[in-house]
Structure formats: structure tokens, C-alpha cells
Design a protein around this ligand. Structure first.
Ligand code: AMP
Length: 403
């Protein structure tokens, strides 16, 4: 199958060429005809499969054949990074078709808020928004979504995990009942099915390699003691073949500390976490994309939103608490069928979690022996229960207000 089979407009075709897309990916082959056919769709597909273009292309095709007076499509995404990336793909694909879009997300100053508001009031063709910020704009009463014909929920599972259910339902209340709805999610837990039953009409379903990492990723694991991790990571980073590296850690304290340690060791790195201002995050991502910054160390905030080509190495400094996050983290390398390496450090405490990941992906990840000078590695005994070093938070008890 080629993109010719979809009979896209010439301008859209030019967009495809300028983006360098030659052949549709499997999700594009399946989703594009259904969406062109005006079907509601529920698609289980993770980042890296080409899912964004699978809904953008047919929506752009429809919009290009209508008058462009009002907002026609609303795309909801969990994070500002994802919203920006979707917006960039719209810009690339729709450049020659003259279709406009705006990414609407939280943070930034009053000027950005005003820019977002103006674009929406003026009837931009496509709005790509995080739910919280869109609600804020809708509350002002000046944004009208009554002409929206296409609604896309991207990374719907993540939006629900982040507590956006009520916001989503509220936003959908502003849309016409007669519309086409497409829901994309990396996982399909019961709560997603429930949401789908509420907002989709008679949907078609697509399943793309449920929760499996891209085939081009070489996955490796080191069993390590905590005190061996720094030496191991510095020796891995000495390998010159890796000039674009992401390192993940679950806690921002670890991210900050690791950043300090690596910088002291002469590694050009930056830390990426939720304490940073949006502008700081953008500056880091920009220099990483421009290959001026070779290493980013981040929490899972980074695992969902970063779309950079040519990331050759992902290192999990620890095992993510949620096995799905493992797939998101390592999915940052080997984008769109290229290759990359994902290395995970597993200390004794993380062994149980790690075994859950292996069950999820249905295979054993390659064990690599520690370099001899680092000493003995711990034994792999995932069945042994170990205590968390972090204190459990006290349960939150809401105080009764006195009358
Ligand atoms: P996504 O899963 O939408 O995050 O896309 C992953 C990456 O694949 C992005 O960098 C896209 O620009 C790229 N991509 C999407 N479709 C294609 C295609 N048909 N050919 C080549 N690259 C693609």
C-alpha cells in the first residue's frame, strides 16, 4: 500500500513529501480509510507507530474540502509536549493546504494565553489542547466549538491517569452531538472502554501490536547494586557512538542529583522535570533536537512527550513503577522503524517490578554482565519481597469543616 491509495489532495501530498513519509505505517493503513469513511474509531496504538498522522491525514483531507470559517477539529492530548508535537505535525502536513492550527496548553505568560484565545476566537481550523487549559478558555465563554466535526482523544489512557475524566466530559459537552470521534490509547483498561462507550458511536476498532515495544529496539538489562550505577552509567556514556541519549529516573530528586554528578564528570547533560518552567523545558528540548545537547535526564514527564528522531540510546536508571511507562520510555528510541538501544538498571529492590515488565512484553530481556572492575552484581531473585527505602506517605484525611 502507498499514500497514493488514499486519493489525498495534491497539497496534502506535498506535505507528506516534505515530511519525508513514503509508505504508510500499519496503523495508517488501517485507520486512514476508516476515518475517511466517517467512522468513529477506537485504536489501541502506542507512540512511535505513526498514530498521529493516521488521524491527522484524513481529518486534514476533510477540512481541505470545506470552507475554513470555523474550528472544525479538536484534538485533546495529556501534556503540552505532546500537544506541541501534534501541532508541529499539523504544520508540516498541512503547510501547502493552508490549514491553520493552534496548540493550547497551560503555563507560559499572559501573552501566550491571549494568543491562544485570539486564535480560537478567530476560528482556527484545528485546536490541539490539553484539557485543563481548554476548560479555562471555555469558562470565559468566548470560545465556540459548535462547528467542530472531528474530535480526537490522543493518549486517552494517560489523560484518565492524570485525572482529566471530568474535564473531558465537560469539554465534550461543548461539542455538537453529531461529530466523528476517534480515541487513541496505548492501553485499553476498563475505564477507557467505559469512556469509549459514552462518547463514541458504533466505533470501528483497531489494535496495533498491543503494548509492545517497537521491533527495532535492542533491549538490555544490567543487574546492579545502587553504588555501581554511577560508574556503570559514566562508562556507558563514554561510548562515542551515542550522541543523543535519554536517561530516565522515576523521582525528580534522583534526576537532579544524577544531573549534578554527570555534569561534574564532564557529561554535557540537562535535567528535565516538572519543577522547570515551560520555557526552560522548551530550551532544553530545542538544544537536544539541534544536537547541541547530547544527554537529557528526565522523569516520566519526558517519556510521554518527546518526539526526536535519532535518539540512539535510552537508559533507565531505575525501573519505572508502572510497566506501561517502560514501554513509553524505551519507545523514545527507534522511532518509526529505525533502531536504538534501551538499557535498564535493575537493583535488588526493582527486581519484582522488572519481572512484571518482562511478563507484560512477553519475553526475557537480554542480561548483560557488569564490567569486571565494577564488582559482583546482585543475584536475580524477583520472588524475594523487599522494603521500599522511601517512607510511605500518610493517608490524606480531609478535615471536617466546623460549622
Ligand atoms: P507517532 O507515533 O505519531 O508519535 O509518530 C512517530 C514518528 O514517526 C514521528 O516522528 C512521525 O513524524 C514519524 N512518522 C509517522 N508516519 C510516518 C511514515 N508514514 N513514514 C515515516 N515516518 C513517519
Amino acid at each position: 500500500m502507498t499514500f497514493n491509495d488514499f486519493n489525498f489532495d495534491a497539497q496534502l501530498f506535498e506535505g507528506l513529501q516534505s515530511m519525508g513519509y513514503v509508505k504508510p505505517t500499519p496503523i495508517q493503513e488501517q485507520a486512514i480509510p476508516l476515518i475517511l469513511d466517517r467512522k468513529d474509531l477506537i485504536a489501541c496504538a502506542q507512540t512511535g507507530t505513526g498514530k498521529t498522522a493516521s488521524y491527522l491525514l484524513p481529518v486534514l483531507q476533510h477540512i481541505s474540502t470545506t470552507d475554513k470559517k470555523h474550528t472544525k477539529a479538536l484534538i485533546l492530548a495529556p501534556t503540552r509536549e505532546l500537544a506541541q508535537q501534534i501541532d508541529q505535525q499539523v504544520e508540516g502536513l498541512a503547510y501547502f493546504a493552508g490549514i491553520s492550527s493552534i496548540a493550547v496548553y497551560g503555563g507560559g505568560d499572559g501573552m501566550i494565553y491571549e494568543q491562544q484565545r485570539r486564535a480560537m476566537v478567530d476560528g482556527v481550523d484545528i485546536i490541539i489542547a490539553t484539557p485543563g487549559r481548554l476548560i479555562a478558555h471555555l469558562a470565559s465563554g468566548v470560545i465556540k466549538l459548535e462547528h467542530v466535526e472531528y474530535l480526537v482523544l490522543d493518549e486517552a489512557d494517560r489523560m484518565l491517569d492524570m485525572g482529566f475524566y471530568e474535564d473531558l466530559i465537560r469539554i465534550i459537552g461543548f461539542l455538537p452531538a453529531k461529530r466523528q470521534t476517534m480515541l487513541f490509547s496505548a492501553t485499553m483498561p476498563g475505564k477507557i472502554r467505559k469512556l469509549a462507550n459514552t462518547i463514541l458511536k458504533d466505533p470501528e476498532q483497531i489494535n496495533i501490536a498491543l503494548s509492545q515495544p517497537a521491533v527495532g529496539i535492542l533491549q538490555q538489562v544490567y543487574m546492579v547494586h545502587d553504588h555501581q550505577k554511577i560508574k556503570l552509567i559514566t562508562s556507558l556514556l563514554k561510548d562515542d557512538s551515542h550522541n543523543s541519549v535519554l536517561i530516565f529516573a522515576s523521582r525528580k530528586e534522583t534526576v537532579k542529583e544524577l544531573n549534578r554528578t554527570l555534569r561534574k564528570a564532564g557529561v554535557k547533560a540537562e535535567a528535565f522535570h516538572s519543577d522547570l518552567e515551560q520555557e526552560q523545558r522548551e530550551t532544553i528540548l530545542r538544544s537536544f533536537k539541534a544536537r547541541q545537547l547530547p544527554v537529557i535526564i528526565g522523569t516520566d514527564v519526558l517519556s510521554r512527550g518527546i518526539d526526536v528522531e535519532g535518539i540512539s540510546l535510552v537508559i533507565n536508571f531505575d525501573v519505572p513503577p508502572d510497566p506501561e511507562d517502560y514501554i513509553h520510555r524505551i519507545g523514545r528510541t527507534a522511532r518509526a522503524e529505525t533502531t536504538g538501544t534501551a538499557i535498564t538498571f535493575v537493583n535488588e529492590r526493582d527486581q519484582r517490578r522488572f519481572s512484571t515488565i518482562e511478563s507484560l512484553i512477553g519475553r526475557e530481556i537480554d542480561r548483560v554482565t557488569l564490567p569486571e572492575e565494577l564488582g559482583e552484581a546482585p543475584l536475580y531473585q524477583p520472588e524475594v519481597k523487599r522494603k521500599s527505602p522511601f517512607k510511605k506517605k500518610k493517608p490524606f484525611v480531609r478535615r471536617q469543616k466546623s460549622a
